[in-house]
Design a protein. Structure first.
Lengths: 485, 199
């Protein structure tokens, strides 16, 4: 009864004695009482939020309890109503109960009977509140759950869809409610699985478990969903199917990617083995060609052919080695290293290869610390590939500029190194494809140099991009995280 | 062209053995042994005492690194490895041994020639350094003995250090001995005299 005490009880009773009697009993029990004599007074403005109980006389001067009840409920929907009635009017009491009264008491008022009625009403109210709380909790659970929750009528019409399903599919509940699942998601198979198999009551197989299929969202993209379904025998009075879907799109993609990565790693290992074996074979043919050259020393035409085969072998060897360094798994040995020293050294090596060009090499450095934790050997290979490309692209009076400044990669401090030249530059297509394996603009390249460079930079957690600057000539930008020293 | 060398080669590929036999003479060298396996290389080197070993790594029964280690443990020799493989483990093992060059196949005469020259040069330097270190060690040991003998002479004859050293030099000159031998005689003499003096 604690629920009702200290709450306000509205007493509507025209008989003064009965009213006083009621008030005495209620006040004695600790209620605050608001007593009035007519229906008009009962409906007068008041603080309805504190009114939890009303005791209504069956017959009021300006109306009956049945008339007052619905109007009262409009102001205070949660109010519990007890109807007070005479012996002769039990029919009226029953009518009042039908209109939503919680209980009735018989006049003259017996305190014990009133207390018993109040007790019953309090219990009824507590039960109702507990049910409402439990329902609200379940509803909150369903609405908050990160799973697609859809309730379908057996004909496929959507009866309910939770907010997660709305976000995932892009359809709002209001636009799908009552529409057929097939029509909304353009998918008959999922509906068939969910409803027919569940509702058909295939007791042998049971309800649908872990059924995986794609679901078309509003934007036309598909998500991969794993469904479980359950038959609800009585959902608002009809049979329905509760379908719970887990979005496994990312998981599925990750699995596919990891399979792909495994495959690539296997190919890499195979390539390593293949190049080693090819080295032995190439070694033998090279050895034999050198011996053949000695045999035909006095025949210039034959010697020329030997040289040509040797060149072809060289090229084959070079190609194998490039493919190996692209495909083979490598272990980075990272240590603190001055990047400027690294590109300067690389430049001097590259320059030895092309003595016929006069190239001006300059640096624009806008940071004090050029140290980076990298695999010096691997990064030198990247710089060499970039600088070799630049050197072969620039005209006789070429210019190559290295620009270095502070940057960030994924929120970590990094160095941004841009290599620019005054060659013909890269077309949009070239910019896009320069890092693709076997893409080359040179007649003698393998087309793996920049692909290898990209792989090296990425394995350092860095970025490598082409183009982006407004001037003529090509630009390659490498961004390397400084890494752990 | 470096000085003519007597070279032992080993490779399990017949083409490679033929090539070594054919090409090394064009570089002015003599191939004294051609082995197909590590064990064979070890045996040949024992009897033929070559100046240089050029060997493949992966061979049946014993690999080139183990074979050259066994040979060099008996008598230091310069070793050039020629292999299609260059994984870190092999490089580490090569570094720990007498290997003076590591060539990755495929190689030609052009790669072999400077490798031989450099390996021989480094080996000579290494041997010279080894000898120098041994000489220095000996000098240091001799000096300690001479110092001790000087001390004994100073004590017995009550002369100063310079006089003691001169006396030691005179002793050596008289008997036409090295200074350290004279010093050793002094120490031996002192040792035989000591117990008598103490009795």
């Amino acid at each position: 009864m604690s629920d009702l005490t200290r709450a306000t009880v509205l007493v509507v009773e025209d008989d003064e004695d009965t009213r006083d009697n009621l008030c005495d009993i209620l006040e004695l029990d600790g209620y605050r009482v608001d007593a009035v004599g007519t229906m008009a007074e009962a409906l007068a403005p008041r603080d309805w939020s504190s009114v939890v109980l009303a005791i209504l006389d069956r017959r009021l001067p300006d109306g009956s309890a049945e008339e007052l009840l619905p109007r009262l409920k409009r102001f205070a929907p949660d109010v519990e109503v007890i109807v007070a009635t005479g012996y002769a009017d039990l029919d009226g009491a029953i009518a009042a109960l039908r209109h939503g009264a919680a209980d009735y008491i018989v006049k003259p008022i017996n305190p014990a009977a009133l207390r018993a009625s109040l007790q019953r009403t309090a219990e009824r109210r507590q039960l109702a509140q507990a049910k409402a709380r439990s329902e609200a909790a379940f509803r909150a659970l369903v609405e908050a759950a990160p799973t697609l929750t859809i309730i379908l009528r057996l004909d496929g019409a959507i009866l309910y869809m939770n907010p997660f399903a709305e976000r995932l599919t892009g359809f709002s509940e209001s636009e799908v409610l009552g529409r057929g699942f097939d029509a909304v998601f353009e998918d008959g198979e999922v509906r068939r699985q969910l409803i027919e198999d569940t509702a058909a009551g295939k007791s042998s197989t049971g309800p649908v478990r872990e059924f995986k299929d794609k679901l078309r969202c509003k934007n036309g993209l598909h998500r991969t969903i794993v469904w479980n379904a359950e038959l609800l025998p009585d959902f608002d009075g009809q049979s329905a199917v509760l379908a719970i879907g887990h979005d496994v799109t990312e998981l599925y993609e990750a699995q596919k990617k990891s399979l792909q990565a495994e495959r690539l790693a296997a190919i890499g290992q195979m390539m390593t083995g293949l190049t080693h074996e090819s080295r032995n074979a190439l070694q033998r043919s090279k050895a034999c060609l050198e011996m053949l050259a000695l045999e035909v020393e006095d025949r210039p035409a034959a010697l020329d052919l030997v040289r040509r085969i040797e060149n072809a072998q060289e090229r084959l060897h070079h190609l194998y080695e490039e493919v190996r360094s692209y495909a083979a798994p490598f272990n980075l040995k990272r240590e603190a290293c001055d990047l400027r020293a690294l590109w300067c050294e690389t430049w001097s090596h590259v320059l030895q290869l092309s003595s016929d060009k006069h190239v001006e090499f300059s640096e624009e450095i806008d940071c004090s610390d050029l140290n980076c934790c990298v695999d010096a050997f691997a990064i030198e290979q990247v710089f060499r590939n970039i600088l070799e490309n630049a050197l072969s692209a620039v005209p006789a009076d070429g210019r190559i500029v290295v620009e270095c400044k502070e940057a960030e990669v994924a929120g970590r401090p990094a160095l941004r190194i841009a290599f620019r030249d005054n060659g013909p530059g890269l077309s949009a297509e070239q910019q896009q494809r320069i890092f693709d394996p076997f893409f080359t603009t040179k007649t003698k390249g393998t087309g793996l140099g920049m692909a290898i460079a990209k792989r090296i930079i990425q394995s350092h957690g860095g970025l490598i991009e082409a183009g982006g600057h407004s001037g003529p000539g090509a630009e390659i930008v490498v961004t390397l995280p400084r890494g752990i020293p | 062209m470096s000085a003519p060398l007597r070279i032992a080669v080993a490779d399990d590929e017949a083409d490679m053995r033929d090539w070594f036999e054919r090409i090394l003479p064009t570089l002015g060298h003599q191939v004294v042994s051609v082995a197909e396996s590590g064990k064979e290389l070890v045996e040949h080197c024992r009897s033929l005492k070559p100046d240089l070993i050029i060997t493949d790594i992966k061979m049946p029964d014993m690999d080139g690194i183990d074979a050259s280690q066994e040979i060099c443990s008996e008598r230091p020799l310069p070793v050039i490895l020629v292999s299609a493989y260059h994984d870190p483990e092999l490089i580490r093992r090569a570094e720990a041994n007498h290997v003076l060059a590591y060539l990755v196949k495929p190689i030609g005469k052009a790669a072999l020639e400077p490798a031989i020259g450099l390996a021989m040069r480094r080996f000579e330097e290494l041997q010279a350094l080894r000898k120098e270190a041994a000489d220095l060690r000996q000098t240091l040991a001799d000096r300690r003995i001479i110092e001790q003998a000087k001390g004994v002479l100073m004590k017995i004859t009550a002369i100063d250090e310079r006089a003691a050293f001169r006396r030691l030099q005179e002793l050596a000159a008289d008997k036409n001995q090295k200074l350290v031998i004279a010093a050793q005689s002094v120490l031996a003499l002192e040792k035989t005299l000591r117990p008598a003096a103490e009795n």
